[in-house]
Design a binder for this molecule. Structure first.
Ligand code: GAR
Length: 226
């Protein structure tokens, strides 16, 4: 719920195909997730995810990063557009730009990111290939609150997938995406119900500090000690 007691007004930021955005659209349509998806914003005019938003009747905006000389001015433009929609929650769903501290502070504690690795392993790019090259048995994805540290904010939910002997970065990425579509709406649902919050640099669930991220077992979300 938002501060006003209505549905959580949400902005989703994308750069690409938007399959995670689609998971949010589907979960809100089916009633599993009670979000008011007010706007989908892309930093690329050609992002396929914009078409997904339009066909779902969601307002779209584009702020091309190439039109701005530096990150600070790009982020100021993002804030100016997003604030028109008064978002309670910002969902980064494959948004491939590094955000400045000014942006993070402006929406402090109200930004989620999803990163395709079992953080703290592999922040940054090429996560799937890095997991394969390291010989990892498991890979996956993490939903976390975004802070000034790239891919470093408090972790909320992780979902894992096995790395198969014949996996390529592409095949592994596909399996990770499937798990992302499960965990990201679940994290947002916890936020929308008011059970999940960011405070004092940590994630809190039901007023208990989350020392370890929740784990998705393929059906449910559990704490690691359950
Ligand atoms: C997802 O796998 C997401 O974790 C990743 O981009 C993909 C977007 O897919 N995000 C990052 O790498 C951010 N560092 P989608 O556009 O189909 O949702």
């Amino acid at each position: 719920m938002s501060k006003s007691g209505s549905r959580t007004s949400t902005a989703v930021l994308i750069s690409g195909s938007g399959t995670n955005l689609q998971a949010f659209i589907d979960a809100t349509r089916s009633g599993e997730l009670d979000l008011d998806l007010r706007v989908v914003l892309s930093n690329k005019r050609v992002a396929a995810g914009l078409a997904r938003a339009r066909s779902a009747g969601i307002r779209t905006e584009c702020v091309e990063h190439r039109d701005y000389p530096d990150r600070e001015r790009f982020d100021a433009a993002l804030i100016a557009v997003l604030d028109r929609f008064e978002p309670d929650l910002i969902i980064l769903a494959g948004f491939m730009r590094i955000l400045t501290p000014v942006f993070i502070d402006h929406y402090a504690g109200r930004i989620f990111n999803i990163h395709p690795s079992l953080l703290p392993r592999y922040p940054g790019l090429d996560t799937h290939q890095r997991a394969i090259d390291a010989g990892d048995a498991w890979h996956g994805s993490t939903v976390h609150f975004a802070t000034e540290e790239l891919d470093g904010g408090p972790r909320v939910i992780q979902g894992r997938v096995p790395v198969m002997p014949d996996d390529t970065a592409e095949s592994l990425a596909g399996r990770v995406l499937e798990i992302e579509h499960q965990i990201y709406p679940r994290a947002a649902a916890l936020y929308a119900s008011g059970r999940l919050r960011y405070r004092d640099g940590a994630a809190w669930l039901d007023d208990q500090k989350l020392e370890e991220p929740l784990q998705f077992d393929g059906k449910n979300v559990r704490s690691r000690d359950q």
